[in-house]
Design a protein around this ligand. Structure first.
Ligand code: TYD
Length: 228
């Protein structure tokens, strides 16, 4: 496996997708081949499971059953999208991964040991080199989601967005706890700031994790050239 695997995590409305797309542009400008993918989903099989999960159709299975579906989707995603891309040497930017199961299904009461078993089976040894946690207070994230669902006519919040504020606050805490426990692979970034500031922090975290592959000078590439 010669590629680079970066996952993005955070609560609802953290701004992950904007930052992923900006990071992709930046890495591509440095000649890297970048795959952007997401969970649940990211492969044809997993996208089918995504539809079941986000519509709430799988809710009757209970949190344990839902956790199994997230794991089934992840196994397919790893086998058919992530691992082949890493084997080719690509950069893989993934919107949510196993940490989301630990946090969301963990918060819903699923036993930690059970979640660990599912995770081990699903990821098949593919763990992120870097996890960018974009942290925003739950109120701010939910406010952004409310604006988004009004403007894109998506029919309101999905199964997991539409939970009570307290639930979102607990998820935020669980993400931060996880980042402390596994600090070697986490970068916690304050996502409540301006997009450009968040973008700068994401770039710094990526440079720090992959100093051999990216030159610090590249960080300035989006700034205007000095006149000569
Ligand atoms: P999505 O629309 O991709 O949300 P976001 O933009 O917030 O990433 O929906 C994914 C939802 O599924 C999100 O609410 C988090 C939830 N989820 C889990 O509960 N467990 C998981 O393992 C994953 C990957 C996502």
């Amino acid at each position: 496996m010669s590629g680079h695997f970066i996952t993005f995590e955070g609560g609802e409305g953290a701004g992950k997708s904007t930052q992923i797309s900006r990071l992709k542009t930046w890495l591509e400008a440095q000649g890297k081949t970048v795959i952007v993918t997401r969970e649940p989903g990211g492969s044809p099989g997993a996208e089918k499971i995504r539809a079941l999960l986000l519509s709430g159709e799988a809710r009757d299975l209970g949190p344990r059953g839902e956790a199994m579906l997230f794991a089934a989707a992840r196994a397919d995603h790893v086998d058919t999208t992530i691992k082949p891309a890493l084997d080719r040497g690509d950069w893989v930017l993934c919107d949510r991964y196993a940490d989301s199961t630990r946090v969301y299904q963990g918060e819903a009461g699923v036993d930690t040991g059970y979640l660990k078993l599912l995770e081990t089976a699903a990821v098949a040894g593919i763990y992120p080199d870097l996890t960018v946690l974009i942290d925003v207070p739950a109120e701010i994230g939910l406010g952004r989601v409310a604006v988004r669902s009004k403007s894109d006519q998506s029919g309101g919040p999905d199964r997991f967005e539409g939970e009570a504020l307290k639930v979102h606050q607990r998820r935020r805490k669980l993400f931060l706890d996880l980042a402390r426990e596994e600090s070697h692979r986490f970068a916690v970034i304050d996502g409540a700031r301006e997009l450009d500031e968040v973008q700068d922090s994401v770039r710094k975290a990526v440079l720090k994790s992959f100093p051999e592959d990216l030159k610090p000078a590249d960080q300035k590439q989006s700034q205007p050239e000095a006149a000569n």
